[in-house]
Design a protein around this ligand. Structure first.
Ligand SMILES: O=C(CO)[C@H](O)[C@H](O)COP(=O)(O)O
Length: 209
């Protein structure tokens, strides 16, 4: 079964918990976006895990250095998963994996900004990470000509556990699923919808079809 991850790119704990409450029945992983964590600090992780102990809480740290220290901070606050940048050196990823093993949690490598995402995904899986996020960030998505098809094609040939993030929505979720991903990440398609619960339900149903 493909897991559905909601990326919460809102700026307050109150708004994040309100959104998670609406969509919880349909999602597996609650992602606390980088701007949300920068705005609210580690407390938002603790509050979300307390509110949703049965969901995986994903702290989108996008760590570039001090991997073990930052992973200790995220896991200590209640996160189940943390992102480390694929663009950084292996030592940072190895440090975070060490922390994850200590806490019984997991590391996700975010390939934002990496030129050859598939090659890097294959390299970092060997370091013990849970899965790799094939990711076109919000700024890359805003570039003229951006298409999620690039990520879908990459996922199809990755040969290692991956997620796709960067414009996942109802019109492409079937193709995302068919690419063999472990996790589909949807942010704006859920938090930006007039009815986030209905949007999450439709995505869930499409993944389960
Ligand atoms: O991590 C992120 C940005 O850095 C986003 O949460 C992720 O890209 C999901 O985006 P979208 O709103 O397009 O689904």
């Amino acid at each position: 079964m493909v897991k559905l991850q909601v990326a919460i790119d809102l700026l307050t704990t109150e708004d994040a918990i309100a959104l998670a409450t609406k969509v919880a029945p349909y999602i597996d992983i609650i992602e606390l976006g980088t701007p949300l964590i920068k705005s609210e600090g580690l407390a938002v992780i603790t509050a979300m895990k307390k509110a949703f102990p049965d969901k995986l809480v994903f702290a989108d740290f996008k760590t570039a250095d001090a991997g073990e220290l930052e992973a200790d901070m995220a896991f200590g606050a209640g996160a189940d998963l943390i992102t480390i940048l694929g663009a950084t050196g292996d030592a940072t990823i190895i440090g975070a994996v060490k922390s994850a093993k200590k806490h019984g949690k997991g590391v996700v490598v975010d390939t934002i900004g990496v030129l050859d995402r598939v090659k890097r995904a294959q390299e970092v899986i060997a370091l013990g990470v849970e899965f790799v996020e094939l990711h076109a960030g919000l700024d890359e998505q805003a570039q003229p000509g951006y298409s999620i098809q690039v990520l879908i094609d990459e996922a199809s040939r990755a040969g290692v556990p991956v997620s796709i993030a960067g414009g996942v929505k109802l019109s492409n979720i079937a193709a995302v699923k068919a690419s063999g991903v472990k996790v589909a990440v949807a942010g704006a398609a859920i938090y930006g919808a007039a009815d986030p619960a209905a949007a999450a339900k439709e995505l869930r149903e499409a993944l389960d079809a």
